[in-house]
Design a protein around this ligand. Structure first.
Ligand code: NAP
Length: 276
């Protein structure tokens, strides 16, 4: 497939399966260039957050790309200090201003921590949804128990739970929960922040398919029903390498080998989270 074609099948709720992560991409020009490059390579899902301090540069990249804004699935997140009801309303609008858009496609609760107060926080998310400023509601770093609670409060559906997920942390329980309730699992740190590159089994599968270890890790995620992945890549080589994962078909033996690698290894904030 030409690398300029968008991904063929989106997940439910119109979410493209492969997106671009932007955490720690904070240089104004570099960040805008990464986003523009990704969009022109075919990506249609961009992930940012208030806490990444780059919403403005992400917006610049979208504006600079030769792609219609309406074709881009743009997600941002409300940071923990802004989760009180009125702060959600106020800072979501500030995020839209920084991004230079009238609405985002998905707004997440970034972590169930800090000022997160289920009733107040989620009422504000419902209000933004009703006003059309956010097209979908998502949560991040939620456990099944927290998802149950949030679903009981929200009127709007939860379309995604964004959690760390990769061959070394497979999140089977959350995946089953998501499939039952039509909640996509958006895999963050899908390359385990580089740790998957050192796994011999992944290296061997990569060699067998003449692919990169990054592509193997991403292809394993993308072949799972209901999973999107948002690898962070800065320069064109990594951006295009990751896009190539959509073309890689792992066979049953590869999948079984990777399925056996899950060891519950967490790269992001292992000591801070509702799972502790
Ligand atoms: P990641 O995507 O697992 O790994 C990113 C690292 O891999 C970067 O150092 C990147 O380098 C490198 N890389 C990317 N593609 C590569 C390739 N093809 N070959 C070799 N190296 C490659 O880690 P992440 O940034 O933690 O996670 C991805 C995104 O998930 C974040 O950017 C963010 O959008 C989101 N996230 C969300 C949360 C949350 O709480 N919701 C937490 C963490 C992350 P270069 O940058 O040099 O290309």
């Amino acid at each position: 497939m030409a690398q300029t074609e968008p991904a063929e099948e989106d997940l439910s709720h119109g979410m493209p399966r492969l997106g671009l992560g932007t955490w720690q991409n904070t240089d104004p020009e570099q960040c805008a260039e990464s986003v523009r490059t990704a969009l022109e390579a075919g990506y249609r899902h961009i992930d940012t957050a208030q806490a990444y301090d780059n919403e403005e540069y992400v917006g610049d990249g979208i504006a600079a790309a030769d792609v219609d804004r309406d074709d881009v699935f743009l997600a941002t997140k409300i940071w923990t200090t802004n989760l009180a009801h009125d702060d959600v309303l106020e800072t979501a609008k500030a995020s839209l201003d920084r991004l230079g858009v009238d609405a985002v496609d998905l707004l997440y609760v970034h972590w169930p921590a800090g000022e997160y107060d289920p009733e107040g926080t989620l009422a504000a998310f419902d209000q933004l949804y009703d006003e059309g400023l956010i097209r979908n509601v998502g949560v991040s770093n939620f456990t099944p128990e927290l998802l149950d609670e949030a679903r009981g409060i929200l009127d709007a559906p939860i379309v995604a739970n964004q959690v760390e997920c990769h061959p070394l942390l497979q999140q089977d329980e959350l995946l089953d929960y998501g499939r039952e309730h039509d909640i996509n699992l958006v895999a963050y740190s899908p390359l385990a922040r580089g740790a998957v590159f050192d796994v011999p089994e992944i290296q061997e599968i990569a060699e067998k398919h003449d692919a990169s270890p990054a592509q193997v890790s991403l292809a394993w995620l993308l072949q799972r029903d209901g999973v999107a992945a948002i690898p962070k890549a800065t320069g064109e080589a990594h951006i295009r390498d990751n896009w190539g994962a959509l073309e890689l078909e792992l066979d049953d033996e590869d999948v079984a080998t990777i399925d056996a690698l899950g060891e519950g290894r967490r790269e992001v904030d292992p000591d801070f989270g509702p799972w502790n």
